[in-house]
Ligand binder design. Structure first.
Ligand code: NAD
Length: 512
């Protein structure tokens, strides 16, 4: 880490408010060392809650990616030959170190993203620790398949690491989603070059520091910072990076697929969503309202799994809406570093502007604002320049409108009534996405029937965001290709090889 010329600014968590301090530079992490970008360029890193630049981040290019891929390539033979138990031990040390610095990591995540400190402390950082422990220990229980071909042969499957993996992650859950890729990649013996979002690079930087302290061999994990078009694209294009795991927007995923497919790269794409939340009239309305509010507005609505389209069976529509709007109005938009706030700031000025334009579009499309709207929320003096919007509920939109089809990724939810199950399923599936869906009913048969009919990688019944790291996670249609989690991740980062051994004493050869 280097320090640039002193200037007046505030680093929340690193000094008393308003004191004179120096701008932190976030450098690449290559071959176990922190190095400046080859081209000398940096991007401003803004604190969303204040709108002010509080650090700067290396803006990498193809030269930095080349150095990182070289480091990862050099580290691969030894790391992939390291016994699983030893790989597990070092990864558990990384997890322990993050856990022991929960406050530091949580504060850094909150400042970098604008999310409430309580969310970073209670969700993001603990989940990052869990990701590391989950995959570190999963490799200790590895099993393989064995197929006996009559009495002629036995086949067994070897799964070996694929080499250097490129891991590209977004800004909404920075460390949570980065470790969701890093952990299975390195646990299975690959080495990695990670490209975190340039909008939220801080906890990736802290992770790199912890990796040094934990004794992860140099080059096993490298972090190249910078823009998607620069560092990200260079990573996807690099001929020695045969595996790309990407989480981010659908448009970006389409471009990455276009680059990677002709190079025959193995690709995992976790993309956007426009998730329906279907409430039948027999549901427990208290619970449905409480959880639907969380599903709509957690992380300022910036979770790919947020339930942003609520469909309510007509007899329950009025009572649901009344309670839902009342509960939404009770949410507190506040300084993310202060206790008691439910929503913090949106991640950036450009995203804030985009969400505001989506609210305006909804109104143009005939939507009625039940609460919230395109009115920036005032919070406190410290946050006067921050990117705050109130949680917004919109009704009265016509079926098939853009507001109900396109991802907004902000604190905006639409609510509409439906008359029967078939209409609910058709409306829920009326989007290009297929990431997740939630349904609320006490009718068990209907729960199974509707879950089966919904086009979504995950269907939650009478709950939302209950996560088991073993289950397949991912989306259908424009929400992605492939699955992460448990066995799916372990398989993605390894290459299966069938070994067929003829059984002694039987020389018959079967046709192919
Ligand atoms: P984004 O697509 O703009 O960026 C994601 C990452 O890709 C960043 O690191 C970015 O620098 C990089 N990138 C951008 N252009 C690139 C290129 N040409 N080549 C290589 N890398 C490139 O997404 P975002 O705005 O950071 O994140 C929000 C999106 O992510 C939303 O659409 C959300 O639904 C989606 N998301 C999906 C999941 C999931 O699991 N399905 C989880 C979280 C977020």
């Amino acid at each position: 880490m280097t320090l640039s010329a002193p200037r007046r600014f505030r680093v929340p968590g690193q000094g008393p408010r308003g004191t004179l301090t120096r701008m932190q530079s976030i450098e690449h992490f290559i071959a176990g060392r922190f190095v400046p970008p080859a081209g000398g360029a940096y991007l401003d890193n803004v604190e969303p809650a204040t709108g002010r630049v509080y650090s700067r981040v290396a803006d990498g290019d193809a030269r930095d990616v080349e150095a990182a891929v070289q480091a990862a390539t050099a580290a691969f033979p030894a790391w992939s030959a390291t016994p699983a138990e030893a790989r597990c031990r070092v990864m558990l040390r990384i997890a322990d170190l993050i856990e022991s610095r929960l406050d530091e990591f949580a504060r850094a995540e909150s400042v970098d993203t604008g999310k409430p400190l309580s969310a970073a402390r209670g969700v993001d950082i603990p989940r990052a620790v869990k990701n590391l422990r989950f995959f570190a220990t999963a490799i200790l229980h590895e099993k393989s398949e064995l197929h006996v071909t009559d009495r002629e042969a036995i086949n067994y499957t070897l799964r070996r690491p694929r080499g250097v993996a490129g891991l590209i992650s977004p800004w909404n859950l920075p460390l949570y989603l980065l470790t969701w890729k890093v952990a299975p990649a390195i646990a299975t013996g690959n080495t990695a070059v990670a490209k975190p979002s340039e909008v939220t690079p801080m906890t990736a930087h802290l992770l790199a520091k912890v990796c040094v302290e934990a004794g992860l061999p140099p080059g096993v994990l490298n972090v190249v910072h910078g823009s998607g078009a620069g560092a990200g694209q260079a990573l996807v294009e690099h001929p020695r990076v045969a595996t790309i795991s990407f989480t981010g927007g659908t448009k970006t995923g389409r471009g990455i697929a276009a680059t990677a497919a002709p190079m025959f790269k193995k690709l995992s794409l976790e993309l956007g969503g426009k998730n329906p939340n279907v409430v039948f009239a027999d549901a427990d309305l208290d619970e449905a309202v409480a959880v639907s509010v969380r599903a709509a507005f957690s992380n300022q609505g910036q979770i790919c799994l947020c339930g942003s389209r609520i469909l309510v069976e007509r007899p329950a529509y009025a009572p649901f809406l009344e309670r839902f709007v009342a509960a939404t109005k009770a949410l507190k938009v506040g300084d993310p570093l202060e206790a008691g706030c439910d929503l913090g700031a949106l991640v950036s000025r450009s995203h804030f502007d985009k969400v505001r334009s989506c609210i305006r579009l909804a109104v143009e499309e005939g939507g009625r604002i039940e609460c919230g709207g395109d009115v920036p929320s005032g919070v406190n003096d410290r946050c006067a320049g921050g990117f705050f919007l109130p949680p917004t509920v919109i009704t009265g939109l016509p079926a098939g409108c853009r507001t109900d089809r396109e991802e907004i990724f902000g604190p905006v939810v639409t609510v509409r009534p439906f008359d029967d199950e078939a209409e609910a399923v058709a409306a829920a599936n009326d989007t290009d996405y297929g990431l997740s869906a939630t349904l609320w009913t006490r009718d068990l048969d209907r729960a199974h029937r509707v879950a089966d009919a919904l086009v979504a990688g995950t269907v939650w019944v009478n709950c939302w965001l209950v996560r088991d790291l073993r289950v397949p996670f991912g989306g259908m249609r424009h929400s992605g290709v492939g699955r992460e989690g448990g066995e799916e991740s372990l398989r993605f980062f390894t290459e299966p090889k069938n070994v067929c051994v003829r059984l002694r004493g039987d020389r018959r050869q079967g046709p192919g």
